[in-house]
Design a protein around this ligand. Structure first.
Ligand code: PAF
Length: 270
């Protein structure tokens, strides 16, 4: 595994590499990331993973500062997986040029996390655009846990990025909690709480059948969870998975959720 620390390292290493799979990450790797990396290794001749905690996608400085960092452990995991390259750029490497026109979301996309984390997805799209243009992979891998991220990047593609986007299913622990780097920020009791919340939403979605009052039931679930676990929701909403518009039909829809356990914000979709 080659460790690439600068754009020069990157250009030298990737010169003449074709059929490259790219897994962008912010580190603190878990089984979710590992599933993307394994898929890339299976599908592509070479695999590159980037670890870059992108400052522009944090709408809150404290959140950026507190984001989990585990670079030593990450490198051990990547070495074991036998990927070809890991890219650890600096902020300067990634943001070495200023964009002529800033990335903007359409009004109808300013929903779910875009509504609650101003500028977040603009930062995500910007960094993915920059990394993809530097790395020039054939395929890029994203997890469905960040469904809105995946949706917006797919929308931004294909004309701009010229890469095949591969989406991979969310990996959950035995108690249905989606794996996330942010789980590292939870105490043991908070983790148990998050697992109970996930299990309840998971079972609700599984058991519910089409019903005229489906959004009332979703609202009731949100109220019940708020009271039971003393948590604050940004949203719990049923939306169509093809266009992310609010839906009152189970078919082709997902329940999207973002909530806080103390100061830790967790997101998921079921
Ligand atoms: O999903 C993430 O970890 C990040 O948003 C990404 C895609 C690596 C961009 O910084």
């Amino acid at each position: 595994m080659k460790i690439l620390l600068s754009n020069n390292d990157l250009n030298e290493a990737l010169y003449n590499v074709s059929n490259l799979g790219f897994v962008p990450t912010m580190g603190s790797l878990h089984e979710g990331h590992i599933s993307l990396i394994k898929k890339s290794i299976k599908e592509c001749k070479k695999t590159i993973v980037s670890i870059f905690i992108n400052p522009t996608q944090f709408n809150n400085k404290k959140d950026f500062k507190n984001y989990p960092r585990n670079i030593k452990k990450d490198l051990l995991i990547l070495k074991k997986l036998r990927i070809n390259f890991v890219y650890l750029p600096s902020v300067k490497d990634v943001y070495h040029f200023k964009r002529k026109s800033p990335i903007k979301l359409k009004k109808k996309d300013k929903i779910l996390c875009a509504k609650f984390r101003k500028g977040h997805f603009e930062g995500v799209i910007d960094v993915i655009d920059r990394l993809t243009k530097m790395i020039k992979p054939q395929k890029i891998y994203f997890g469905e846990k960040d469904f809105q991220q995946l949706y917006l990047i797919k929308k931004y593609n294909p004309k701009k990025l010229n890469v095949k986007i591969i989406s991979c299913p969310t990996i959950r622990n035995l108690n249905k909690l989606a794996l996330s780097s942010r789980n590292n920020l939870l105490t043991k009791n908070q983790l148990i709480k998050a697992e109970k919340i996930s299990k309840k939403i998971f079972l609700f979605k599984k058991k519910i059948s089409q019903n005229r009052n489906i959004n009332t039931l979703v609202y009731k679930l949100k109220k019940e969870l708020t009271n039971l676990f003393n948590i604050k929701f940004d949203y719990l909403e049923l939306r169509n998975k093809s266009n992310l518009q609010v839906s009152n039909k189970i078919k082709n829809s997902k329940l999207f959720v973002a909530y806080y356990i103390n100061k830790v914000r967790l997101i998921d979709n079921f």
